[in-house]
Design a protein around this ligand. Structure first.
Ligand SMILES: Cc1cc2nc3c(=O)[nH]c(=O)nc-3n(C[C@H](O)[C@H](O)[C@H](O)COP(=O)(O)O)c2cc1C
Length: 381
């Protein structure tokens, strides 16, 4: 199949990836109500068609945190991408660089921040606060030394959400001998992935935090279990000052759904925030990101840059989020599926798809500059 849309990349990833990784990417928390809402609420928004306007000139670029993005899209931090394709974070970062959009590297990426910076370009760096503050300080210094321009501080994961698909697939939790055999069979049944990632994509560790996790186990899942035990639940807004002491560049707080929290982010001096429910992977039952976006953008949009992620599956979705006040969207599953489907080339193709969809949407709504997108692009009656 030739992939024409993001959902096609999902179908290809389902074929190529072992079940445990496909389910890890695809799934959400509990009954996946919020995961469904993220997509459905974006879908249900109606764009306003406008005609007979001169749309020969189209400017899809936006300014963000001192950079010009070729379109209002960034690659959200996604853990363990190096298990979806060989050295996956480097491949995705290369595709992002070529497309002129930022790539944000997860704390729990397989490739280290240095490997991504050298192999592609210095990424935005995403921080999970772990209990070992000494190690966190070192990690921030490494990200700085690697040239990362932006720190994305994820605040909606003081503990990992309950993800039933991961338990069922054997990705998390002890599954004994039959589980181990299942996992082995899962790999063998996907020979292309076995060759690309399992045999030739090593080391399978969590590159940036490897030092902190050493001796804990040898499989990526052992690393993840260690990380889960070491997330720092005591973090408060006061800790943003602590982060600031070790990071003099822009800080984006990721995982805000409430106006009161958005105001705190401003008060604490953040340069940006991501309206996000972690792609429906944390607290199931909360509202969709796009439902939370307009009130947050109205409250703090003049004070910092407001990004949104969750459920973005097309260029049309990107324009809808822009219309409701986002500076740009981050995409998570869309790039993880593409990476799993076909590495750098597929991520590049997926980004080109989003761009051409956005162009069509802009032309047919009469929006010639992405940075001017406003609520008048939507039919809110
Ligand atoms: C497989 C997967 C792994 C993720 N890992 C991280 C992570 O390490 N750090 C983080 O801040 N967010 C992580 N997220 C959340 C994404 O950054 C983003 O908020 C979410 O995927 C957006 O929703 P979407 O997938 O519907 O685009 C992850 C999401 C997925 C799907």
């Amino acid at each position: 199949m030739r992939a024409a849309s993001v959902s096609d990349f999902r179908a290809l990833a389902k074929r190529r990836l072992p079940n445990i990784f496909f389910e890890y990417i695809d799934g959400g928390a509990y009954a996946e109500v919020t995961l469904g809402r993220n997509v459905a609420d974006l879908e249900s928004l109606a764009l306003r068609q406008r005609v007979m306007r001169d749309m020969t000139r189209l400017d899809m670029s936006v300014e963000s945190l001192g950079q010009t993005l070729s379109m209002p899209v960034g690659l959200a931090p996604v853990g363990m991408a190096g298990m979806y394709a060989r050295r996956g974070e480097v491949q995705a970062a290369r595709a992002a660089r070529a497309a002129g959009v930022p790539f944000c590297l997860s704390t729990v990426g397989v490739c280290s921040v240095e490997e991504v910076a050298e192999g592609a370009a210095p990424p935005w760096f995403q921080l999970y606060m772990l209990k070992d503050r000494g190690y966190m300080k070192e990690l921030l210094a490494r990200a700085k030394a690697a040239g990362c321009p932006v720190l994305v501080f994820t605040v909606d994961l003081p503990t990992p959400g309950a993800r039933y698909r991961d338990i069922r697939s054997g990705f998390t939790g002890s599954s004994g001998l039959s589980g181990a055999l299942n996992t082995a069979w899962d790999g063998i049944a996907h020979p292309e992935w076995m060759w690309d990632v399992w045999l030739n994509g090593r080391p399978h560790s969590l590159g940036s935090v490897e030092g902190a996790v050493a001796q804990q186990g040898r499989r990526v899942t052992d690393f993840l279990a260690w990380i889960a035990r070491n997330f720092d639940r005591s973090v408060t807004w006061a800790d943003l000052d602590w982060v600031r002491e070790s990071w003099d560049g822009p800080i984006v707080v990721k995982g805000v759904l409430d106006v009161a929290d958005a105001r705190e982010a401003v008060r604490c001096g953040a340069q940006g925030l991501v309206v996000s429910n972690h792609g429906g992977r944390q607290l199931d039952g909360v509202k969709s990101s796009v439902a939370a976006l307009p009130r947050i953008a109205d409250a703090v949009g003049d004070d910092l840059e407001v990004f949104m992620d969750g459920g973005v599956r097309s260029g049309l979705d990107v324009l809808k989020a822009l219309a409701l006040g986002a500076r740009a969207c981050l995409i998570g599953r869309a790039w993880a599926w593409a990476l799993g489907a076909g590495g750098e080339k597929a991520v590049a193709k997926m980004l080109a798809t989003l761009k051409s969809e956005l162009a069509v949407a802009m032309i047919l709504t009469g929006c010639s500059r992405a940075r001017d997108a406003g609520r008048d692009l939507l039919d809110l009656d």
